[in-house]
Design a protein around this ligand. Structure first.
Ligand SMILES: [Zn+2]
Length: 1033
């Protein structure tokens, strides 16, 4: 029987209930004021500061000094270890006893040598539960250690979250005491909170909202905060409301605990290891108390870290994985960027990830999981399918600045036609708090209502870790089936996607890339990281091919399985979605560049080892070509002032001696009367003006001028680059209105080389009073493109440097290389979807072609492009100041190239030229009788052999990966001179299809490709002896 309401006044009733659980108002008499009972001081509290992240064992040996609550300590990134001894009063028997710990920073509680609980105020974890119900048998004297990182969940940004960290931040503990925790008050408060939120979220249009209002008002009437015996009456009112059930057609929300932990972002990699431990130890604790609780967890690297540093925690995680409650998801090594990693890198993300999950947990992930990444390549569906994955979850496209993505549940069709079932949780978050608001949004914002009756809601503090809390679980438990709200079930991704698949006939399909209309500056920010990624991808490619070939040439050669895996894992780690995009703090950049240096240094040694094994020793010089076509190129034989050049011919995936070869047409360099320089090599003729721009770029065979009438190519341009908020991430459309050509000449163009094999011109421009660009424009004999070797001394603030080529081509679309293929994007701004792509990403090349003629713009370490109308632009350098105040400051080296061509870019071999620019021919000492040797070749040219490596865990077998690069179906023949006994088709995880032996003929292995298809073969060597000498796995 309810009390009569005084008036029809919704507001007063609602606010009355809100104030009853407020922690700011009326705590002297409301329910919230009773959450904690008696408190009792700690027996002692002492501290010691460590500049390094050390183990508990090390910490325990240090000398601790007394600490008074409120005292400050620091600086940022240090660790404060606390030792706390406590005595629980005996009279607290029967009570729930907590250590209440309110502090800045992120802390881990250690007890009896084990990590037991994460503490963070920002993640609403300020209690360490000593006893749920104190008994006399439990120890009353306890010593705990608290390891406190001097950084917050989101690092230590100075003034705002993404500002560079304040290196001298002070930290303190504001509260450290024993308290009695009144669980029944917490439970009743949660009832109140849920009902109040239902009143607010369902609003005045819903009768359920009013039913909740009168229920919650009556609960205030019957609750006496001073008399816990009154709570049960109030709780049963709430229970009655919550247990009024939904109809059968109601939407189902699949709730999954989650804790998005950026592998590095506003904190360094090392801190992430501790973030994982703090978050996961808490998850395990919650699992023990909540038998239904399910937690999803991505990134094999983080499991590997925990395995290494917290073996006790790892074995508990293993147990819960076995029980199907702690669920590894994603299948990748890290949650990588979805745009910039190469095709092979993306394959390796899955290969390393899935193999790790298989080895450690006996399972593979069935879904790809990338909730926070800045756009998704059109080649991902095929790569996922090739790695045993048919489902995909993200939500990042909800961040689009211009267009609202039309689906939440749909099929995503990739470049080759592969389809994966895709879900964007409609709550538009991967870190909800399990509140009514999140549930209501999940239905309200769902754009596939009626088509799909299931959605995902991920709950738990994320980005900096933290994860779910007991409160979140308690909220969800109350409203599992409550009329007016969606049904909730604690679920796994597998269960969820199975439900979707079972009823997917009404779902729509989105074809092509999932382009994020935001964060488009991340294709350019932190140029050294981009360069490190490209160069290391190239280096690992070459090491694998050279090592695979060496296996067949030298019976003593050991394939460097373990060392290569270490280097790959470093590369893959740096592809994390805040590292390769450049959206991280300076400390992370330093780590990343150190990892690249490590890969370069150790990789160079591995490459040299394998090349030495490949050829017999001697005083001559041999050349190794890792690409699957013959190359005819000018190379520099010696570093240094002599700059000796040679024109070399090297067969596909093979070696040859350096021999004197004359070019068909020598390069001719002429200084003209006006000071401009004319260079010609029989293929192209160009005129470089004194200011370094190109007045002409002429394709001789076609008799076509490539540059637009009255325009110059190679025009450097500067833009103001001030985004709305996300500095390192975003470049806004309005920056285009601030274009200023770079025109001030410091040193005019002059001839640097007029060798018959190489002509070059150099010049220097002033970009500003702080920055300069020096460039060498290089024309090689026999080469269809002109290279621009560029050095920029860069000391700008919020500026964007690009280079433009206005070309004489008319086309509504430009083509950009992506992973294992290419795609087109418009050159016009017809619709909002078109103009939102004013800055786009591509890999080694972009092309603008009309019928029978086009121009390609190649690069060796850049990713940002734009083509508007007939102007092709390559993005070179940015200068954001947050979160790294020194981003991109200093000296940069990079090369791009321009290539006019007749016919299509496919027929003109633009793709092969872009590979040539990126994969240098490698020199190695050898004997003078080295015979020309090719291990593999493939025809036609549309199919590119991308990867040769030793098969995982299979000595004596190689994996060869190829893809169709031109966008058309084709039958190809792979020739090899290696002693192959068997050939099998296999997937990207190298599992052979035993029903599908490859078609081996006298001419080679015959393979059929559909457009942009990636195919892998497992090749088994002829002789058993190879199995002995091919290294350990
Ligand atoms: Zn993230």
């Amino acid at each position: 029987m309810y009390h009569q309401p005084v008036l029809k006044n919704r507001r007063t009733l609602l606010e009355r209930a809100e104030k009853f659980i407020s922690d700011a108002y009326f705590t002297d008499c409301n329910l919230r004021g009773r959450l904690y009972g008696e408190s009792y001081p700690l027996e002692s509290l002492s501290q010691f500061m460590s500049p390094k992240r050390i183990t508990l064992m090390e910490a325990q040996t240090q000398s601790f000094t007394p600490y008074n609550v409120g005292d400050t300590f620091g600086p940022t990134w240090w660790t404060c270890w606390f030792k706390a001894t406590l005595n629980i009063p005996e009279c607290w028997r029967g009570k729930e006893v907590h250590v209440l710990w309110e502090s800045d920073g992120e802390a881990m509680v250690w007890r009896d040598g084990q990590a037991v609980q994460g503490l963070t105020k920002e993640g609403e974890k300020t209690s360490y539960i000593l006893s749920d119900c104190l008994t006399d048998k439990e120890p009353h004297s306890v010593t705990i250690y608290v390891e406190m990182a001097c950084n917050g969940l989101f690092g230590a940004g100075n003034g705002s979250m993404i500002a560079p960290p304040d290196p001298n931040r002070k930290f303190s503990v504001q509260k450290a005491e024993l308290v009695i925790f009144n669980r029944e008050v917490r439970e009743l408060m949660t009832d109140f909170e849920m009902l109040i939120d239902i009143v607010k979220e369902l609003g005045e249009g819903e009768q359920r909202s009013y039913q909740a209002l009168f229920t919650v008002n009556e609960m205030v009437n019957v609750s006496d905060p001073t008399d816990p015996s009154s709570f049960s009456g109030a709780r049963s009112l709430a229970q009655k409301f919550f247990s009024q059930h939904n109809g059968q057609s109601q939407h189902t929300v699949h709730a999954m605990g989650h804790c998005h932990i950026d592998s590095a972002w506003l904190w360094p990699y090392e801190e992430t290891i501790r973030k994982c431990a703090r978050s996961w130890v808490t998850v395990i604790h919650l699992m023990k108390k909540n038998p239904d609780f399910v937690f999803t967890c991505s990134q094999a690297q983080q499991f590997e870290w925990v395995k290494c540093w917290y073996p006790g925690l790892f074995s508990e995680v293993q147990q819960y994985i076995k029980a199907g409650r702690f669920i590894p998801v994603g299948g990748t090594w890290v949650e990588m960027d979805g745009n910039l990693p190469s095709g092979e890198s993306m394959v390796r993300q899955f290969l390393e990830g899935q193999l790790f999950f298989e080895q450690e947990f006996g399972m593979r992930c069935k879904e790809f999981w990338l909730p926070d990444t800045f756009g998704y390549s059109a080649q991902l569906p095929q790569i996922m399918q090739g790695c045993g994955i048919s489902n995909f979850l993200t939500q990042k496209l909800s961040w689009n600045l211009v267009n609202t993505f039309p689906h939440n549940t749909f099929f995503w069709e990739g470049l080759d036609g592969s389809k994966v079932l895709t879900h964007f949780p409609p709550g538009n978050s991967y870190e909800t708090k399990g509140k009514v608001e999140d549930l209501v949004k999940t239905v309200k914002q769902n754009k596939d209502k009626g088509r799909a009756n299931h959605s995902v809601m991920l709950f738990g503090f994320g980005d900096g870790g933290g994860g779910p809390t007991q409160l979140m679980l308690d909220r969800l438990k109350r409203v599992q089936d409550t009329d007016g709200l969606p049904k909730i079930r604690m679920s796994s991704p597998d269960t969820f996607f199975s439900q979707l698949w079972a009823d997917s006939h009404l779902l729509c399909t989105w074809a092509g890339e999932l382009f994020l209309e935001l964060h488009n500056g991340t294709y350019t920010t932190q140029a050294q990281i981009k360069r490190g990624n490209r160069q290391c991808e190239t280096l690992l490619h070459d090491i694998e091919i050279a090592s695979s070939l060496a296996l067949c040439q030298d019976t003593t050669f050991q394939y460097p399985v373990g060392r290569l895996r270490e280097l790959w894992r470093l590369l893959l780690l740096n592809q994390f979605h805040d590292v390769i995009p450049g959206s991280c703090i300076e400390m992370v950049v330093e780590d990343a560049l150190r990892y690249y240096e490590d890969i370069r240094r150790r990789g160079a040694a591995l490459l040299q080892d394998s090349l030495s094994a490949l050829v017999s020793k001697g005083d001559a010089t041999g050349v190794f070509n890792s690409l699957s076509w013959e190359r005819f190129e000018v190379i520099q034989i010696q570093d240094g002032p002599s700059n000796e050049l040679a024109l070399v011919q090297v067969p596909s995936i093979g070696v040859n001696l350096i021999q004197e070869t004359k070019p068909a047409t020598p390069v001719c360099v002429t200084v003209q009367e006006d000071g401009s320089v004319l260079m010609e090599n029989g293929i192209i003729r160009t005129v470089v003006k004194k200011d370094g721009t190109m007045a002409s770029l002429h394709l001789i065979s076609a008799n076509r001028e490539a540059l637009s009438v009255g325009c110059c190519g190679n025009q450097f341009v500067m833009f103001d680059d001030v985004p709305m908020y996300w500095d390192a991430w975003d470049v806004m459309d309005y920056h285009l209105q601030t274009r200023r050509p770079v025109v001030e000449v410091v040193q005019p163009a002059h001839v640097l080389s007029s060798h018959e094999l190489r002509g070059s011109v150099s010049f220097t421009l002033r970009i500003s009073d702080k920055s300069t660009v020096t460039q060498e424009i290089v024309m090689d004999a026999m080469c269809p493109y002109i290279k621009f070797n560029t050095q920029v001394n860069w000391a700008e603030s919020h500026k964007f440097l690009k280079v433009e080529f206005p070309v004489r081509v008319h086309s509504p679309n430009a083509t950009y290389e992506i992973q294992f293929g290419h795609l087109q994007r418009p050159t016009h701004r017809n619709t909002s979807w078109d103009w939102a792509r004013f800055e786009v990403w591509g890999h080694k090349w972009a092309d603008l072609s009309e019928h029978n003629f086009g121009v390609a713009l190649l690069n060796d370490c850049k990713y940002g492009y734009s083509v508007f109308k007939n102007t092709m632009t390559l993005s070179l350098l940015r200068a954001p100041k947050a979160p790294d105040a020194n981003a991109d400051m200093g000296c940069h080296h990079f090369t791009y190239a321009i290539m006019p061509h007749a016919g299509t870019f496919q027929d003109a071999a633009v793709i092969q030229c872009a590979y040539n620019l990126n994969f240098p021919l490698r020199l190695t000492p050898c004997s003078s009788d080295l015979a020309l040797w090719s291990a593999f070749s493939i025809s036609p040219a549309a199919v590119i052999l991308e990867t040769v490596k030793q098969a995982e865990g299979r000595k004596g077998a190689l994996v060869v990966r190829m893809y169709e690069a031109y966008g058309g179906g084709v039958t190809a023949t792979l020739h090899t001179t290696l002693p192959i006994r068997e050939a099998w088709h296999c997937d990207l995880l190298e599992q052979t299809d035993t029903t599908q032996p490859a078609c081996v003929t006298a001419d080679g292995i015959i393979l059929h490709f559909t457009p942009f298809q990636v195919r892998s073969l497992l090749l088994i060597f002829e002789t058993a002896s190879h199995q002995v000498k091919s290294g350990t796995s």
